[in-house]
Write a protein that binds this ligand. Sequence first.
Ligand SMILES: [Zn+2]
Length: 278
Amino acid sequence: MGKPVIICVAITGSVPTKAANPAVPISVSEQIESTHEAFEAGASICHAHVRNADETPSSDPEKFAALKEGLEKHCPGMILQFSTGGRSGAGRERGGMLSLRPDMASLSVGSNNFPTRVYENPPDLVEWLAAEMIAYDVKPEIEAFDLSHIFRAADMHAKGQIKETPYVQFVMGVKNAMPVDRAVFDFYIETVKRLFGNDAAWCAAGIGPGQIVLNEWAISSGGHARTGLEDNVRLSRDELASSNAQLVRRAVEIAERYERPVATWAEARDILGLRASA
Ligand SMILES: [Zn+2]
């Protein structure tokens, strides 16, 4: 058997709505239920955004606190990763929940285009978010929407702005950003190994139909995989995914095919160098 693969489930995001897929969990209680099912299916990281009742994105620390409390109760041991992404708030609002000390938080270290706007991550905000993560002992996951973001993470690591070896996630298939491109994907892996060492852990996420492609590429190349309704609401072109758990099961099947065991939450914490669960 190969080395364990960590499956991250991105349950909600800030874009998909119930109109796109009624299974997208919006309220905190829906999020807890959906995550619990995904956890039982094999996910060991929950990547979460929170929403307002009207489905618009929120960065309200109280919602994050309620989600954290529920997930710690219903999914004990699961790694909680909160999003500091730019669709949920402006400026430092984006890091308002870091004082809750989730295990991890996403960190975008550079700017790029998104489908209809600029995804703005100015250097001073990136450095402030990184410093908050150090202050609250939150491990960043570096969201690489572009090759330059991997180099920016290396630079921040060299300056002590990211303490441990950066855990990079390659994001492919966002319209107007990096497409799903195998040669670039392979170069990303090569670059991570060159900058952070051969054993550095990394993961990958694909958007829409790219999700299953990136799951397979990552699992077959020794990386970790992200799935979930945030990135993709469909099982196939004609069929909606019935739940986050169904997408997790699809990743588990790929892991089985490539003879990689699915990491338990304890193994995932060990691989990522995280503190024992709360
Ligand atoms: Zn997200």
